[in-house]
Design a protein around this ligand. Sequence first.
Ligand code: IP8
Length: 252
Amino acid sequence: MTEIKILKIGGSVLTDKTVLESAKMEAIERIAAEIAGHDSGLILVHGAGSFGHIHAKNYSLVERLSREGVLETHRSVVRLNDLVVEALRRAGSSPVPVHPLSCTILRDGRIEAMQTDQFGEMVDWGLVPVLHGDVAVDRSRGAGIVSGDQLVTHLARSLEPEIVALGTAVDGVIFNGKVLAEVKREDLPEIGSELGPSAGVDVTGGMRGKLEELLDLADEGISSLIFNAEKAGMIERVLGGERAGTLVEVKA
Ligand code: IP8
């Protein structure tokens, strides 16, 4: 079986989160080129950025079901997913889009069930699944948002990856102006107040939401990296097994 690596690229890296559906094409092409040389066993998840978050907010999807909002939000994130998939294909990778709406059920905003058997098969056959933050059916409220971060932790729990890495628009978890080399559960009370929301429109919690997801994962014995994917070369280094940014560490 191929060793699995899970990489998430945040929506702030791929889009301008303040302007509706504005993809940063140069960044997408560069990231695709960096990934293409290191895509064995890779599952890629990307955030929604200004595709998805703005629709989700306009339709108040986190608070209540909007049937129109489900369609518009999903279609929007699929448009970004198409851009990422096409860039990967141009770069020489073999991407395949996977839309969480079609294989995930939520309850109270959390993943209750997700079909994941296909991912091991896909990577074994040389395909690179490309998932994204999405809208999904929620048993308790009709529909909800499943963030890329939640997808990453869910996949990590079921697939036992060798690498879990989250590429963001910052160098890692920043406290007192410095990048922390590692963060553990016990650090959260001290650093929590400094973890700001992300720039632009965001319905899924920014750095704090990310860290909470990753600390839950660390509690289960899986560590992960938060690194800067805006810096050229970082994705290649991280996929090559290098430690960069902040390690969200399992308890000692
Ligand atoms: O950008 C959010 O995913 P994220 C998905 O990974 C939607 O938080 C539809 C807003």
